[in-house]
Design a protein around this ligand. Structure first.
Ligand SMILES: [Cu+2]
Length: 164
């Protein structure tokens, strides 16, 4: 009986502390912009939430949409904003959230095989170190879009109430 309990306890602790599953990863508000003219690159944005009890890391991305699909970020170099491929992956803390957004992390599609059309859904696959493959369904929005409604807090209008 004691032995059985020990086995159960060990299994339980493994389950709680050592594992992460694709089901624990939540992707929200995934969007990209429709292609304009002959532009053959695209960038996709979304919010990643890790609902598991263990930290995870996005180590790669792949898709059939483009010749190359990469994890990118922006860095400042000599006062110029530049895009770079992410080195070493993107950490997603346990019970944490990471935002892929313009000017920051994004999924870069280089050499699109077909233009992205407004209203379409396209997909890429994020590769997590622990949770494995997580598909991302991406909403193709208007080429001038700044993202799903409610995400662009920077442009929110404020009602200033003056007190007398
Ligand atoms: Cu990029």
């Amino acid at each position: 009986m004691k032995k059985l309990f020990a086995v159960i306890a060990t299994l339980a602790s493994l389950f709680v502390a050592g594992q992460a599953f694709a089901a624990d990863i939540e992707i929200k508000d995934a969007w990209t912009k429709a292609s304009i003219g002959k532009v053959r690159n695209g960038a996709a944005f979304f919010t990643v939430t890790n609902n598991s009890m263990t930290a995870d890391r996005i180590v790669g991305v792949r898709s059939d949409l483009a010749e190359k699909t990469e994890l990118h970020t922006h860095i400042m170099e000599n006062n110029v904003m530049k895009m770079r491929e992410v080195e070493g992956g993107v950490d997603v803390p346990m019970h944490g959230e990471v935002m892929f957004k313009p000017g920051s992390y994004h999924v870069m599609m280089i050499g699109l095989k077909a233009p992205l059309k407004q209203g379409e859904m396209v997909s890429v696959t994020l590769e997590f170190e622990k949770a494995g493959d997580v598909p991302v369904m991406i909403n193709v929005m208007d080429a001038m879009s700044k993202g799903p409604a409610g995400m662009d807090h920077g442009n929110m209008e404020h009602n200033a109430h003056k007190s007398h």
